[in-house]
Design a protein around this ligand. Structure first.
Ligand code: HEM
Length: 258
């Protein structure tokens, strides 16, 4: 595979000076951020530290993996909420209970874990619209999975298509295609093996908790502050780049009258 050189890629070119500036600042280790950790923490087994190229690639991965994905989930969640006013109403009820009498509450980091209905909206959005719709794995040794049905030899690849698994009627029931946040109520049976929007195992998404937080915070703010009006004539069109997103979806927001 050919990689573009730093000079051919504007984002790469913008990233390298960030690393160089930090290194020459004499303040490495005092920022407590991810860049500090990548510059200072050695591999526990080899004792090696990451070189600059590796750090640059990590930063770019974070930018790409963390930006499109969360934005796509937010867009799909808004698409579903706009078409289901009763879901929007339930979410607003939850917010009103959490922030009684407050017209413009500051929804803080710690509030997020208490917004259980909004969490269910996000979980259900990630089920129907896993914006990173699959992931690959390579067999390290001879292995048989799926109750003896699938045999893989070392080096063989499998694509786990979450977009399909998340809509499998055998797992999710006859209403698998429907958007129903209450599917995620505690006590309702689910097979977690069929729900993998963030991948699985050691290489699963490192930004998962961050993503939940940012999507839920944004959603809670939008639901609390605005009424939504969508174009009833809009037909969902999925744009597939690295991730999925609803293409051409527009929402008119107006300040809520309370
Ligand atoms: C809702 C939003 C997100 C979704 C649905 C998502 C989904 C995924 C998936 C499916 C993978 C592949 C996992 C695997 O192969 O098992 C992945 C990897 C990754 N994600 Fe996310 N992601 C999201 C948000 C984020 C955010 C916000 C960040 C960073 C701030 C991030 C950083 C990464 C990184 C660095 C990897 C590669 C991990 C590795 O290879 O070890 N993601 N993500």
């Amino acid at each position: 595979m050919r990689y573009r050189t730093a000079t051919a890629c504007r984002t790469c070119a913008a990233t390298s000076p960030i690393i160089a500036t930090r290194k020459s600042s004499g303040t490495v280790g005092r920022h407590g951020d991810l860049l500090d950790r990548m510059l200072t923490v050695p591999d526990p087994e080899t004792g090696e530290k990451l070189d600059d190229l590796n750090i640059r690639n990590q930063i770019l991965t974070f930018l790409v993996a963390g930006h499109e994905t969360s934005a796509g989930v937010l867009a799909f969640a808004l698409y579903e909420i706009a078409r289901n006013p009763e879901i929007a109403a339930k979410a607003r009820e939850e917010l009103a209970e959490r922030f009684p009498g407050q017209t413009h509450p500051t929804i803080a980091f710690d509030d997020v874990s208490k917004l259980r209905y909004i969490r269910r909206i996000v979980d259900e959005t990630l089920r129907l619209w896993p914006v990173a719709p699959g992931y690959f794995r390579e067999a390290r040794h001879d292995v048989v999975i799926g109750d003896g049905r699938y045999h893989f030899k070392p080096g063989e690849w499998v694509l786990v298509l979450t977009l399909q698994a998340h809509r499998d009627k055998a797992v999710w029931g006859e209403d698998a295609e429907e958007f129903d946040p209450d599917r995620w109520l505690p006590g309702r049976q689910r097979d977690q093996r069929a729900y993998k929007p963030f991948g699985t195992g050691l290489r699963a998404c490192i930004g998962r908790q961050f993503a939940y937080h940012e999507v839920m915070l944004a959603l809670a703010h939008l639901l609390h502050e605005f009424d939504f009006e969508h174009d009833p004539g809009y037909k969902l069109d999925i744009k597939e780049q690295i991730t999925l997103k609803p293409s051409g979806f527009k929402l008119r927001l107006s300040p809520r009258t309370r």
